[in-house]
Design a protein around this ligand. Structure first.
Ligand code: AMP
Length: 550
């Protein structure tokens, strides 16, 4: 017997309907080029412009299913693209502006993007693609910055200014009825080997993800919140927050391209931001700035932090400033929110150090998604005992089931589960603790060492700002750990390997202690701000050479 409920599609058009009808007065603020200057608008204005944009796209020949790329920072106009493109039936393809030209060329051609919405300030980064992306017919120039050269304009069939493009559209666009399984957006994830892989989100997956993201025990978003995401809109849909915030009517504040601590703190202060999100490398310098200057951020209640492991020292440090860090885990493939760390009510009586240990885990799997851990060698499912270590696998309605046009996609799946490539334990309460990436685990004398755990301890040392641990080939032990350490500026001359070794020796097994500590001015980062261990391995290759010769 079937139910009597309407088979009403779950589409992003519904989120647009809400912000247009229920929240038109709610503010949307974008940081401008000049510090202290902002563009102020509202969801009502955004919705009106979204109508014009969709109509203009349709007039320019964009049809349902066509891929329309964005190459842009976090701004109101990017938010307008987030709604107009999928709601008119096309597929928004967010391009990662920090990729190498060869990777971008591959991605634009693989997705067959027809149009690109390009920030003026990013024209130089897009120029190397001239003559190499034949599917691109239309370039729309957005936001502040210098005008591109005549040569750039001549390189594409149509190059037009965003505001002029909007004027070419009608005031009201008749939204098509969209099948909820239709593609809404796509994002490529660049692994360390092989070509980038395309993940395609549907309308349905986006709506379900937005609902889950907003829940009280997830990001806990409400109409009363002022949300500023310091996670780029070109990475996993800015963790889905643009849609989740719009769904509930929370105001949005856009930092534009300015992600340095000083500017972000100024913006949070000025706009009364209540919830924010970003990778640990965003929050580490912010905490440092708050500590050094004594500045306070009384409005900021919560930050969602993920993308790489949040060090316990960061969680504890922000808590001292009244800011709750909610540790989250996810991937481009998981829309991206996979797990989130909230204290269960029955853990309230734990002593503080044990509470911090819980808060430092990646938390529990979010509603609608299921997880398991599987033995790396036998492929057997492992118990949730907090000790057994295996690959984390997930499945659910907003987990990708394959990759776009990729013959090698099946390697990443096992019996209907996505193989995350992350290695974890799960405790009886369901808290997931990521031990490492499969490829970053250090295998020493046949046993695993968690690089993440050693890093977390190192980053709790008062003289250390950042630390990354990698395994390097060793003639006797197969691999041994080496730590690259960035000292806090005031300690760059008095920090020693001996004191770090001694500090660690009280916290981890002796054979986990890094064989060498290398002091560096910075840890190389990936295009989305994570430690780039591949580059670090290349930089520290001479250490392994020395071992090989000794
Ligand atoms: P991406 O698809 O680029 O967002 O990368 C996803 C990967 O980032 C995951 O598979 C993890 O290895 C890593 N990651 C994300 N969140 C966390 C976290 N909270 N702790 C540790 N690693 C994380």
């Amino acid at each position: 017997m079937l139910g009597t409920m309407m088979d009403y599609p779950l589409t992003i058009n519904h989120i647009l309907w809400r912000l247009e009808r229920l929240f038109p007065r709610k503010p949307v603020v974008t940081q401008r080029l000049e510090e202290g200057q902002a563009t102020r608008s509202s969801y009502g204005e955004v919705a009106a412009r979204v109508h014009r944009l969709a109509s203009a796209l349709s007039r320019a020949g964009i049809r349902p299913g066509d891929r329309v790329a964005t190459f842009a920072w976090n701004t109101q106009t990017h938010l307008e693209c987030y709604f107009a493109i999928p709601c008119m039936g096309a597929v928004m393809h967010t391009l990662n502006i920090r990729l190498f030209p060869a990777q971008l060329e591959y991605i634009v051609n693989h997705a067959e993007d027809k149009a690109v919405f390009l920030d003026r300030s990013l024209v130089p980064a897009f120029e190397p693609l001239i003559g190499k992306v034949p599917t691109v017919q239309l370039v729309v120039l957005m936001n502040e910055g210098p005008e591109p050269s005549a040569a750039f304009r001549e390189a594409f069939p149509q190059v037009v200014d965003y505001e002029e493009f909007l004027r070419s559209g009608d005031e009201h666009f008749a939204w098509p009825r969209i099948d909820e399984r239709q593609a809404a957006a796509m994002c490529y994830t660049s692994g360390t080997t092989g070509n980038p892989k395309g993940v395609v989100y549907t309308h349905r997956s986006t709506v379900l993800h937005s609902l889950v993201a907003a829940l009280p025990d997830s990001m806990g978003l409400s109409e009363r919140d002022v949300v500023m995401y310091a996670v780029p809109m070109f990475h996993a849909n800015a963790w889905g927050i643009p849609y989740a915030a719009a769904l509930v009517g929370a105001s949005q504040v856009f930092p534009n391209r300015y992600l340095d601590a000083e500017r972000l703190v100024n913006l949070i202060e000025r706009e009364g931001v209540t919830v924010s999100a970003g990778v640990p490398t965003i929050w580490i310098p912010i905490l440092d700035l708050l500590e050094k200057t004594g500045r306070k951020l009384p409005t900021l209640k919560r930050v969602i932090c993920g993308g790489s492991a949040a060090p316990p020292a960061l969680i504890a440090g922000l808590a001292q400033h009244g800011i709750q860090l909610i540790h989250a885990w996810g991937m481009t493939e998981t829309s991206p929110l996979g797990s989130l760390c909230r204290m269960r009510s029955w853990l309230d009586d734990l002593p503080d150090d044990q509470k911090l240990a819980v808060r430092s885990t990646q938390g529990t799997i979010v509603p609608l998604v299921e997880c398991r851990i599987v033995d790396l060698e036998s492929g057997q499912e492992l118990p949730w005992d907090g000790k057994s270590v295996g690959e984390l696998q997930v499945r659910g309605p907003y987990i990708t089931g394959t990759y776009y046009n990729d013959p090698a996609a099946s390697e990443k799946f096992m019996d209907g589960w996505l193989r995350t490539g992350d290695v974890a334990t799960i405790d009886p309460d369901g808290y997931i603790r990521l031990v490492d990436r499969t490829k970053d685990l250090v295998k020493s004398g046949g046993e695993w060492i968690s690089s993440v755990e050693v890093e977390n301890h190192l980053m709790a040392h008062p003289k250390v700002l950042e630390a990354a641990v990698i395994g390097l080939p060793h003639p006797r032990w197969q691999e041994r750990p080496v730590a690259a350490v960035v000292p806090r500026p005031e300690h760059k001359d008095d920090i020693t390997a001996e004191e770090l070794r001694e500090f660690l020796a009280q916290r981890v097994a002796k054979w986990w202690l890094p064989d060498e500590f290398v002091f560096v001015p910075e840890v190389p980062k990936t295009s989305v701000g994570k430690f780039d261990k591949k580059v670090l391995r290349e930089q520290l290759a001479q250490v392994a050479q020395r071992w090989a010769q000794s």
